[in-house]
Design a protein around this ligand. Structure first.
Ligand code: PAF
Length: 271
């Protein structure tokens, strides 16, 4: 695996790369969920490109940008092990030189749920993802279902702006106890981790009820609710629009909860 930190070097390295070129954008602090994205990319693509960039544009002023876990050498080992060909790991000034001011706004989907709690977050995500797509020029890009709203936002970005890249969703990878893997799980104390498990436990309870035939979104949401958990939201939504689910259509239960100082997200698709 070769690592590049600048756009011109990366472009030279990717000129004539075997197609399809697959791309796995990340912010590092890689875990098995990212490994699964790379494995899916490796299985489908002639060239596997990953990026590691802790994108300042998608963090709010009081969020965890400064303490976000960073360990490039460890991440490089994981990417190498999973068969990545090329890693792009730029510094912020490479993507955002002085005077950089552009923002990509994909409309109302970016302002509900995560977007309401983290104003500007999805504009930051869309801006960096669009830049990375222009730089890497992938045929396919892989995103985890764990960040379900991000996946919906990226799909809309690709559709609305006619991007010539296929967006491939990859299922959430969970720890044995059910907790959805996330780089931010590293912040949890053992007690907080136990508390955070309530999110997936609740979602699994709702899935069991759905499998028994329950179709009322309201009752499924109530089944998923764990007493004592500080939810930011727990709702049934349409997986593409994040509006109310249409009767009979698949519905996505989305949850975000605060455990100590950490926000945990999870979701489950029903139907
Ligand atoms: O999911 C992430 O790690 C980030 O939001 C992404 C897509 C790499 C953009 O910075």
């Amino acid at each position: 695996m070769r690592t590049y930190a600048t756009v011109p070097e990366l472009r030279v390295a990717l000129a004539g790369a075997p197609r399809p070129v697959g791309f796995v954008p990340t912010m590092g602090a890689l875990h098995e969920g990212h490994a699964e994205l790379v494995r899916r990319c490796r299985a489908a693509c002639g060239t596997v490109v990953a990026s590691i960039f802790v994108n300042p544009l998608q963090f709010g002023p009081s969020e965890d940008l400064a303490r976000y876990p960073r360990d490039l050498a460890k991440d490089q080992r994981l990417l190498e092990r999973e068969g990545t060909d090329v890693l792009f790991a730029p510094e912020p000034a490479e993507l955002y030189p002085d005077g950089f001011a552009a923002r990509v706004d994909i409309g109302p989907l970016a302002t509900v749920y995560e977007g309401a709690i983290r104003p500007g977050h999805f504009a930051g995500v869309c801006t960096v993802v669009l830049k990375l797509f222009h730089i890497v020029k992938p045929d396919v890009a892989f995103f985890g279902r764990k960040d379900a709203q991000q996946l919906a936002v990226i799909r809309k970005l690709a559709r609305d702006l006619d991007l010539d890249v296929a967006i491939e969703p990859v299922d959430t990878v969970r720890a044995e106890d059910g907790l959805a893997l996330s780089s931010r799980n590293a912040y949890l104390s053992p007690g907080e981790r136990g508390e955070g498990l309530g999110i997936s436990r609740g979602l699994f309870r709702a899935r069991a009820l759905f499998e028994k035939g329950e179709r009322s979104a309201k009752r499924l949401v109530e089944a998923a609710r764990e007493k004592g958990l500080a939810y930011d939201y727990l709702e049934a939504v349409d997986p593409d629009t994040f509006g109310p689910p249409a009767p009979g259509a698949p519905l996505l239960l989305v949850a975000a909860a605060r455990v100590g100082k950490t926000r945990l997200l999870d979701n489950i698709l029903l139907g």
